[in-house]
Ligand binder design. Structure first.
Ligand code: TMP
Length: 196
């Protein structure tokens, strides 16, 4: 089974991904995007640098290159070996950030991303929902996207709303307000529901 967690910056998805991996136990493969392979980690460093300037389509291609490497070398082999894969961000992040917020168009990015991942969409996507203001207030790092402020995060949130409707067969919206434990309970409820 392949599960991804998505949300605006500061939605708490990294904490929730870690708790989910712990709860699912041994044999669960944890990945975070961009990253997870040597090439993808190097691309991550480049993309996170606040001083890095790049054309939006070129930016999408960098995320896509990292993702293609991760899918073919880590995610697909793990799933074929019967493992559960938990991804802290995946393809929907490109649809929301590059397609929505950067203005490349959500349907355009969706179809390109489908090619990049060779149709390997998650079985379940947990969309952690907090107001962008709240997320930005609690975001810990100061990467390029967070540094761009509230307007970008609002556009990202709007794109995620659209994704939740278009891909309602796999996307579950989770209220990410409240304590870490409360949100974890909601996450486990959704995951256990899907595994039945
Ligand atoms: P993080 O929040 O997991 O550290 O992700 C790094 C940043 O990269 C975050 O601000 C979202 C952004 N991002 C994209 O813009 N497109 C993508 O495809 C992915 C995976 C992340």
């Amino acid at each position: 089974m392949f599960i991804s967690l998505e949300g605006v910056d500061g939605s708490g998805k990294s904490t929730q991904a870690r708790l989910l991996v712990e709860a699912l136990g041994e044999g669960t493969v944890a990945i975070r995007e961009p990253g997870g392979t040597d090439a993808a980690e190097r691309i991550r460093e480049l993309l996170a640098d606040p001083g890095f300037e790049i054309d939006p389509f070129a930016e999408l291609l960098l995320f896509s290159a990292a993702r293609a490497d991760l899918v073919s070398r880590v995610i697909r082999p793990a799933l074929e070996a019967g493992k559960v894969v938990v991804a802290d961000r995946f393809a929907d992040s490109s649809v929301a950030y590059q397609g929505g917020a950067r203005g490349l168009g959500t349907s355009h990015v969706l179809s390109l991303t489908d090619t990049v991942i060779d149709g390997l969409w998650p079985d379940q996507t947990l969309l952690l929902k907090v107001e962008p203001e709240v997320g930005l207030g609690r975001a810990e790092s100061d990467d390029r996207f967070e540094a761009e402020g509230l307007e970008l995060q609002r556009a990202v949130a709007e794109a995620y709303e659209e994704i939740a409707i278009v891909a309602s067969d796999r996307v579950v919206v989770i209220d990410a307000t409240g304590s870490v434990e409360e949100v974890h309970e909601r996450v486990m409820e959704a995951v256990n529901g899907a595994r039945k």
